[in-house]
Design a protein around this ligand. Structure first.
Ligand code: K2U
Ligand code: ZN
Length: 173
């Protein structure tokens, strides 16, 4: 298991649609393990493969926040949202590819998602609360969409300029 470097916005790979997964290989299982290790180390509650530069439709998440409760690492291959609630929820979102920037994003408060698990079995689950927000945030990553794309252009430009400055500083370090 290795912790992988997380791409920082702006990066063309974060704006592209990731490719469907058509075969579950040992390499894919290793990628899922590495993505979970990377997510926990960040720390985060979700991570999508394009964020580590891999253009495949795989995401991981574990939104269990109570340290007393057992973790619930999830690996979703080719996830598809099949139902969304009328009811909306606003959450102050962040993103591991846009560090230290937070903004309110409104999304459906409940979603049903179907995906393939690492055993090749089709799964369907109804997500609510933070899980619903997180899975929508991660599926957006697979479609090249970032939470800042929901913001007004000025706010988005402000954040993008801050990230360009951060990347220049990191390059000099
Ligand atoms: O995809 C990512 O960049 C990880 C995101 C996932 C996420 C963003 C907004 C709302 C829910 C999930 C986060 O950076 S993980 C960090 C985090 C931790 C606790 C609560 C919200 C975000
Ligand atoms: Zn993100």
């Amino acid at each position: 298991m290795s912790v992988l470097p997380i791409l920082i916005h702006p990066d063309p790979r974060l704006k592209k649609r990731a490719d469907e997964i058509d075969e579950i290989t040992p390499d894919l299982r290793e990628l899922a393990d590495d993505m979970l290790a990377t997510m926990y180390e960040a720390p985060g509650i979700g991570l999508a493969a394009p964020q580590v530069g891999v253009m495949k439709r795989i995401l991981v998440m574990d939104c269990v926040k109570d340290d007393e409760a057992p973790p619930r690492p999830m690996v979703l291959l080719n996830p598809v949202v099949t139902e969304t609630s009328e009811d909306m929820n606003t959450y102050e979102e962040g993103c591991l590819s846009i560090p230290e920037q937070y903004a309110d994003v409104e999304r459906p408060s409940e979603v049903t998602v179907t995906w393939t698990d690492l055993d090749g079995k089709e799964q369907t689950e109804h997500f609510t609360g933070l899980w619903a927000t997180c899975v929508q945030h991660e599926i957006d990553h697979l479609d090249g969409k970032l939470f800042i794309d929901y913001l007004k252009p000025l706010k988005r430009q402000l954040i993008t300029r801050k990230m360009q400055k951060l990347k220049r500083e990191r390059a000099r370090a």
